[in-house]
Write a protein that binds this ligand. Structure first.
Ligand code: SF4
Ligand code: SF4
Length: 375
């Protein structure tokens, strides 16, 4: 392992290289769709209705081949993409491979298999992000399609136990939708004071027009007043000292869907389950996929004139309103215009690490309030 500071050094390199360039194109985050299988059936997710015709999944060796190419172009952070990655047996092996290269990794999971697999999964990655959309069993079932809340809560507890001394942060991710608008304070309270998680992030449900079979009644903005009240409430809880990692630019975007931001899709590289990289990004109308498993290498595609031309076509696009798009575009894509938010981001990361270093799994409310962003 090259040390915890390597991802930060890589971030500094990416920021400086992009700052010095008239045409920035150095990515910082990499992600590979390692599976499309899932053991949940979330009403807002296209993986719940995935067409497995001609489906192929990458082998461990192929994943390593792509990670080598990420490493070659200086990726500092990796997130396991897809449906439910804990269904793959080789996640610990992939996590360790990333660690050896000094790439920080985050495993996003619905948490259903965490109780069973925490011991092998937690030490292999730097962060486990568990979806927690409700602490009410019926609402959880309505949103996620499975009656699995007790298992998930036990999974988070197991992950927190195995995280002690491993330097791995255990955080939750709540997708704000019409069914959990009134639940957010309960979720924050429970995750902080009952579970003792190291951080919490919030995302809003996104339902692009081209996604089929998703439940559009889940859009939280349908009830605009409730939506707005909920976002304000989350911000208040953050100010009170709850370990909420989401930054203010994203909250502002949630409160103003017309908010202007310039998407910087060159900052993240997305590779699909066939080993094909998406350029200029995964979701645009111009997207083309190029295989990274043959002669063509990522560095040849990413910095090519053709990709630069495709990026130009999406220069004014702001179709995706997800946290991962907006926060990264603003904070890493325009750091000098968002110094406050970048500072908040770094403070959040430090606060999360600090909570992860506390050798108890259930900090008291007093302690939660004590560990504020400003610490
Ligand atoms: S757990 Fe994740 S991948 Fe699975 S259906 Fe839900 S949102 Fe989709
Ligand atoms: S906002 Fe536009 S350019 Fe950015 S990721 Fe989404 S589709 Fe691509």
């Amino acid at each position: 392992m090259k040390g915890i500071s390597t991802p930060l050094i890589r971030l500094a390199k990416v920021l400086s290289k992009n700052f010095l360039s008239h045409n920035p194109s150095n990515p910082y985050f990499g992600t590979i769709e390692t599976t499309a299988h899932c053991n949940s059936g979330c009403a807002f997710c296209p993986y719940s209705h995935y067409d497995f015709t001609d489906y192929t999944e990458l082998s461990t060796k192929q994943v390593f081949t792509i990670i080598d190419q990420f490493d070659e172009i200086g990726i500092g952070g990796y997130s396991f993409l897809g449906a439910e990655n804990t269904l793959r047996q080789d996640v610990p092996e992939i996590g360790r491979y990333l660690k050896e290269k000094g790439i920080a990794s985050q495993l996003c999971t619905n948490g259903i298999l965490l109780e069973r697999r925490a011991e092998e999964l937690v030490p292999s990655v730097d962060c486990v992000m568990v979806s927690l959309d409700s602490v009410d069993r019926q609402i959880y079932k309505r949103i996620r399609g499975v009656d699995a809340l007790p298992q998930v809560l036990r999974g988070i507890e197991a992950a927190l136990d195995y995280a002690q001394g491993n330097g791995c942060a255990i955080i939750t991710n709540t997708v704000i939708c019409s069914k959990n608008l009134g639940q957010i304070p309960d979720i924050v309270e429970y995750a902080t004071n009952e579970l003792g998680v190291h951080g919490m992030v919030f995302d809003q449900v996104t339902l692009p027009e081209n996604w089929k079979n998703v439940d559009r009644s889940l859009d939280s903005k349908i009830n605009w007043e409730n939506h707005l009240h909920t976002i304000n409430k989350i911000q208040e809880l953050k100010e009170e000292g709850y370990p909420i990692l989401t930054t203010s630019p994203y909250f502002e975007a949630l409160k103003n869907p017309q908010v202007s931001f310039r998407c910087r899709p060159y900052l993240w590289v997305t590779v699909n389950h066939k080993g094909e990289v998406a350029v200029p990004c995964y979701d645009s109308e111009y997207t083309k996929f190029v295989s990274l498993l043959g002669e063509t290498k990522l560095k040849d595609i990413w910095f090519s004139q053709e990709t630069k031309d495709l990026r130009k076509k999406v220069e004014d696009c702001h179709k995706c309103h997800m946290m991962c798009t907006i926060e990264i575009s603003k904070l890493v894509g325009e750091p000098f215009s968002h110094m406050d938010a970048l500072y908040e981001w770094v403070q959040n990361a430090m606060m999360m690490r600090k909570r992860a270093s506390i050798p108890i799994s259930k900090p008291s409310k007093a302690m939660a309030a004590e560990i504020k962003m400003s610490s």
